[in-house]
Design a protein around this ligand. Structure first.
Ligand code: NAD
Ligand code: ZN
Length: 359
């Protein structure tokens, strides 16, 4: 069967579009017990944006520090249990933040209606019932979490997403003003996640006209943002980056990621390295798999004075290398796309370990 993907129901785009949030939620504030849960990146506490969040007296506003850890199953279960016990079932969840907050919002929406711990649902199509209405407002662009059908959670056993059609947001608001304050290094790493999504989506067996159309446009935008004259972190490029992130995400949804993301998952799982940064660490060394993409990536690194540490693998034990390689090897969909259906004849645990040793 061909992929039958679920897209976001509604999208608002444009500078200042965050101001539409109140009106968008208003039509769902029906009934006397209606209330919304706002999950907001702690970064915005005390900032101007906090005053612009349309919180009503009956709503719940939670600031979440995403720097402590990436989203966990325990965190989601706690949010769900606390709110259900205190106030009952909300009318919806609004996530305002980067990929971490967007994933927390998506996962919470599902867990409000599915019993037991979120650990039970880590995987594909394990969720039993549709979640509640959920709306995402990205404040960093690049991961594509605003459009993906997964909410990545770290649990006691697995780091794996709650992945199903119901994970996808009902509504997103893309306001380029909100990403203006992203620190320069994060701007680069998350932006590169989009660039790498496109390069990987394009270079593999699942590439097709549909995924290509999105990747081609997203790559064009990435080049304006990171490479061409006028590149850099500025208002005009923020407008482009928000669209590139969405299109890069849609491209990989209808194709697949590849070698870099497989290696990056191993780094995140075993060493806790953050997704976008881990991708940058790995992609730098994959010139033989993605010659053109890596060449451009290195130009962008130089142009924006980004320093990526080298020779980091010398500090890793053989055991860690094996564990990382096992995580990467356990992602056959990425290898099938990148290498082909006969990938096991070309890729072994030892070969993957050697890829890690390049870092
Ligand atoms: P993030 O949400 O982890 O945030 C990174 C940092 O930027 C934090 O310190 C945050 O407080 C800060 N920040 C956020 N917005 C800001 C702003 N406007 N100004 C200043 N600082 C701001 O960053 P991310 O890279 O977008 O997300 C990474 C997460 O996304 C990981 O948990 C990863 O697992 C997940 N992810 C999900 C998907 C998916 O499809 N669901 C895909 C890739 C990654
Ligand atoms: Zn990615």
């Amino acid at each position: 069967m061909h992929k039958n993907f679920k897209n976001i129901d509604k999208v608002v785009y444009g500078r200042g579009s965050f101001n539409n949030l109140d009106v968008i939620l208003a039509e769902r504030r029906t009934g006397t017990d209606a209330f919304f849960v706002f999950l907001v990146d702690n970064y915005f506490k005390g900032k101007d944006l906090e005053k612009r969040i349309p919180v009503k007296p009956e709503d719940v506003l939670m600031f979440i520090d995403v720097d402590v850890n990436e989203p966990t199953t325990e965190q989601i279960d706690n949010i769900r249990d606390t709110i259900l016990n205190a106030k009952g079932l909300p009318s919806g969840v609004v996530g305002i933040g980067g990929g971490s907050i967007l994933d927390i919002a998506k996962a919470s929406s599902l867990m409000f209606t599915n019993e037991g711990s979120s650990t039970l649902y880590q995987g594909l199509n394990l969720i039993k019932k549709p979640g509640i209405y959920h709306l995402g407002v990205p404040t960093i662009s690049g991961t594509g979490a605003e459009c993906s059908m997964t909410a990545v959670l770290t649990g006691p056993v697995k780091k794996l997403g709650l992945k199903c059609d119901w994970t996808v947001f009902n509504q997103i608001i893309l306001d380029p003003d909100l990403i203006a304050t992203v620190p320069r290094d994060w701007w680069f790493y998350t932006g590169m996640d989009t660039f790498i999504h496109c390069i990987e989506s394009e270079n593999g067996t699942l590439n097709n006209t549909f995924s290509h159309a999105y990747a081609e446009q997203a790559l064009k935008l990435c080049k304006d943002i990171f490479l061409n004259e006028g590149c850099g972190q500025n208002a005009q490029n923020d407008e482009k980056l928000m669209v590139a992130s969405l299109m890069g995400g849609l491209s990989l949804t209808y194709s697949e990621v590849g070698v870099c993301h497989a290696l990056s998952y191993g780094l995140s799982k075993i060493l806790g390295t953050r997704h976008c940064y881990a991708n940058c660490l790995a992609f730098y060394h994959l010139e033989d798999y993605y010659p053109e993409g890596v060449k451009e990536f290195k130009k962008m690194i130089a142009l924006h004075n980004i320093t990526l540490p080298q020779l980091i693998s010398k500090d890793w034990t053989e055991k860690q290398l094996t564990e990382m390689a096992e995580v990467a090897y356990s992602l056959p969909h990425m290898w099938i796309h990148a290498i082909g259906s006969e990938w096991k004849q070309k890729i072994t645990i030892d070969i993957i370990k050697n890829l890690y040793k390049r870092l």
